[in-house]
Design a protein around this ligand. Structure first.
Ligand code: HEC
Ligand code: HEC
Length: 294
């Protein structure tokens, strides 16, 4: 069978099927005899309900010829760590043919993926090795991300794949919750400090509240066990605020913020928070405090 015809017929078939208008039966009725040149025009689309002629099929993409460039691996996988934003991999190639291969271009499927290469065109002599480095920027990405890198050379087009799995923030959140359940002061230790302590350093009042209390109490997706301090179902007072900030509550996720109890806040900072909360939150509960909003 003539490959040119197959390809063109294949493309037209896709086109027709995607328009959902005709069956594929007519496509193959105009077979040309074996050995004759492939038709220059695609077979006509019949039974079409509109007068618009089908667009010409795109230029066929030559797949890579086998056994010319040999790849150590054409699919690379990487498991990113939490917070990792730039990840990298390397593809190794060898020219296993007796003739030089010229790589003309390397195209990535996304602006987030860039390739590091020698200048183009890049000639790989017979028996020579080369490598293509690829970076992926993970900003804003979740789950498993798969990007392709197309290497266009005199041996055809080779598709490389880079698969990166990004850790699930939900799983990290439950891991953090477990740590805090075992030790409610855990938020003030180790890797937790960067989000739960550092932002409040040197701050007071509203700023301090937003930095160290808001992270839990004002979170967009506030956890169910974290109360909304602006809608408490009971009265509040200076003493109430001070007691909670200072000592938190054993057996809950609310830590003790007072330095004397292993927390990060000075007495002066605690005073400023008590002041801020007393001024901004009414001492009496709102009447609708326990009624869910509609
Ligand atoms: C990258 C910043 C960051 C780090 C690091 C971090 N947290 Fe958090 N934490 C948050 C944010 C933001 C919230 C608010 C809820 C949300 O958006 O996930 C939160 C909420 C919490 C909560 C309240 C329950 C909840 O899920 O909302 C607990 C408990 C907690 N963190 C414990 C920890 C512990 C323990 C660590 C260290 C092992 C830690 N966190 C490390 C940002 C962080
Ligand atoms: C790691 C997350 C986390 C942080 C940070 C946090 N809280 Fe809490 N807070 C909680 C949780 C969980 C509870 C609910 C405790 C319970 O009753 O089980 C709570 C309860 C409270 C309560 C009691 C509400 C009531 O019923 O009257 C107050 C008051 C409070 N927090 C104030 C603060 C203030 C002020 C800050 C900042 C200095 C702060 N919290 C920081 C998690 C947090």
């Amino acid at each position: 069978m003539n490959i040119g015809l197959l390809k063109i017929a294949g493309l037209s078939l896709l086109l027709v099927l995607s328009r959902g208008e005709v069956s594929s039966a007519g496509l193959f009725s105009k077979k040309h005899p074996p050995g004759s040149p492939a038709p220059t025009n695609p077979p006509p689309v019949i039974g079409v309900g509109t007068n618009t002629p089908p667009p010409p099929p795109p230029a066929p993409v030559e797949p890579a010829a086998p056994g010319v460039l040999t790849w150590e691996s054409d699919v690379k996988t990487y498991a990113a760590k939490a917070g990792e934003l730039l990840v990298a991999t390397v593809y190794y190639l060898t020219n296993t043919s007796p003739a030089p291969v010229v790589i003309n271009s390397v195209v990535t499927s996304c602006g987030c993926t860039t390739a590091q290469l020698p200048p183009m065109p890049w000639t790989v002599e017979p028996g020579d090795n080369g490598k293509i480095g690829v970076n992926m920027n993970l900003a804003g990405k979740t789950g498993t991300v798969i990007k392709t890198i197309t290497v266009n050379s005199t041996a055809g087009n080779k598709m490389l794949q880079f698969q990166v799995t990004i850790p699930d923030p939900q799983m990290e959140r439950s891991a953090n919750q477990q740590l805090a359940a075992a030790d409610r002061q855990a938020v003030f230790k180790g890797s937790c400090v960067s989000c739960h302590v550092t932002p409040g350093e040197g701050k007071k009042g509203a700023e301090l509240y937003n930095a160290v209390c808001g992270v839990c109490h004002e979170a967009t997706h506030r956890a169910s066990m974290v109360p909304d301090l602006k809608n408490l179902p009971h009265p509040t007072s200076r003493d109430h605020w001070r007691a909670w900030i200072t000592g938190g509550k054993p057996g809950s996720l609310m830590p003790a913020f007072q330095k004397a109890q292993g927390g990060p806040l000075s007495e002066e900072q605690i005073d400023s928070l008590v002041e801020h909360l007393t001024q901004t939150i009414s001492a009496q509960p709102k009447t609708n405090a326990v009624v869910p909003a509609h």
